[in-house]
Structure formats: C-alpha cells, structure tokens
Design a protein around this ligand. Structure first.
Ligand code: AMP
Length: 214
C-alpha cells in the first residue's frame, strides 16, 4: 500500500509514519529527514536547503522532486511507502503522479490529519528527540520518566530541530496554508482523500489512520 500523510507542521505525520513502518512494514519517506541528512553530510543540496529551512520556507520544487525521485527508485519502496512531508505543492503532486506512473506504482490513499494550527506552535516549539534512538519528547506534554534520560534506550543526549522556533513555525504554517492546502482538493478530485482528527490522543489517531487505510 502506498500512501501520503498530509497535515500542517506539528500534526504528527512523522509519529504516525513511524508507527505504520512498524505495524505494516511500509517505508517512511520523509523529505524533511532527507534534507536534514543532506545538511549533516554538508552536501551541495544541504548547503542550499539550510537557510531556506531555517526561514520556514519551502525548498524549490525542482530540488525536492529530484530528491524524492532518487529515493523512489530504490528497491525497498516496493514494500509500500508512507510519504511524510511530500508533496507540499501542486507541482510536486503532479510530478509524483508522473513518477509513480513511470514505475507502475499507484497511490492508494491520502490521509489528511486535521489540526488546530494555533495549537501547533506550542506542540512544535517544545519538542525534542533522543539523539541515540530518535524517541520523541516534549517539554510540556511528554517528559522522560527520569529527567534527562530516554525512556526507550537510557540515552542522555537530546536534540531539537533548528527550525522549531516560534518565528519559523509561524512561517512554516503560512507556507502550509498558502502552498500545501491546495493539494487537498487535488487529491479529493481523485477520490483518494480521507480526513481524520489529528488533535485526538496519539493512539486514537493511529486507530483512525488504520481505519482510513482499511
Ligand atoms: P518537515 O521535517 O517535513 O517539517 O520539513 C522541514 C523543512 O524542510 C520544511 O519546513 C521545508 O523547508 C523543507 N521541506 C521538507 N519537505 C519539503 C517539500 N516537499 N518541499 C519543500 N520543502 C520541503
């Protein structure tokens, strides 16, 4: 099964994509994670993307389409994929259609996680992850049981994304409204859209995603 998780920054796409990876043996394709890896490895793309990401803007379509096309070429994607953070513009959605058609793949479902965008600033600004295992935490909503120690792996080093500041989050939410929301109707016309309540507790959202996928 090949799906897209759609939703504003902070809606919980990454969390649900990871759960789908574990439960359904799908591959998470997170363009945000891919870009952060490019930045860490100091590649030409990473250097171009860094300032754009920290300003909360979108990386140009051409670069994103190239990045995802190379990833979709890899064999593991055939198990089924969860796109998380792509497409973010109509041009990206159209390019994705062409890419999948060429590879004889098809999209089965687009799940929109609807959230109250005003609540997203607080959700995003407080979040951090364990450097060792990637487990997610939040200053207010989900602190480790023992202060500064990861519940999952015992790690003691944590990190925050450089674009998770309140100013950048507001720019990211604006970019979502202006450039990404139009693709909801693009997929609705194709009959692929299901919308769920992304404000529900995480386990409930997982259940709703599961139902939306059938
Ligand atoms: P994310 O981890 O999905 O929140 O993405 C972090 C940042 O990476 C975004 O705010 C954008 O600057 C950039 N980015 C990720 N995916 C895309 C995309 N599909 N198109 C344009 N920019 C993207």
């Amino acid at each position: 099964m090949n799906i897209i998780l759609l939703g504003a920054p902070g809606a919980g796409k990454g969390t649900q994509a990871k759960r789908l990876e574990a439960a359904r043996n799908m591959v998470q394709l997170s363009t945000g994670d891919m870009l952060r890896q490019e930045i860490t490895s100091d590649s030409a793309l990473g250097r171009k993307a860094k300032g754009i990401i920290d300003a909360g803007e979108l990386v140009p379509d051409g670069l994103m389409i190239e990045l995802i096309a190379a990833r979709i070429d890899q064999e593991d994607v055939r198990k089924g994929f969860v796109l998380d953070g792509f497409p973010r513009t109509t041009a990206q959605a159209e390019a994705l259609d062409r890419m999948l058609q060429k590879k004889d793949l098809k999209l089965d479902r687009v799940v929109e996680m609807k959230v109250d965008e005003n609540a997203m600033v607080e959700r995003i600004v407080g979040r951090y992850i364990c450097v060792k295992c990637g487990a997610g935490y939040h200053d207010k909503f989900h602190r480790p049981a023992t202060e500064n120690t990861c519940d999952q792996c015992g790690g003691t080093e944590f990190s925050r994304r450089t674009d998770d500041t309140s100013e950048t989050v507001r720019a990211r939410l604006r970019a979502y409204q202006e450039q990404t929301v139009p693709i909801v109707s693009y997929y609705r016309k194709k009959g692929l859209m299901k919308s769920i309540d992304g404000m529900a507790p995480i386990d409930e959202v997982t259940h709703m995603v599961d139902e939306a996928l059938g």
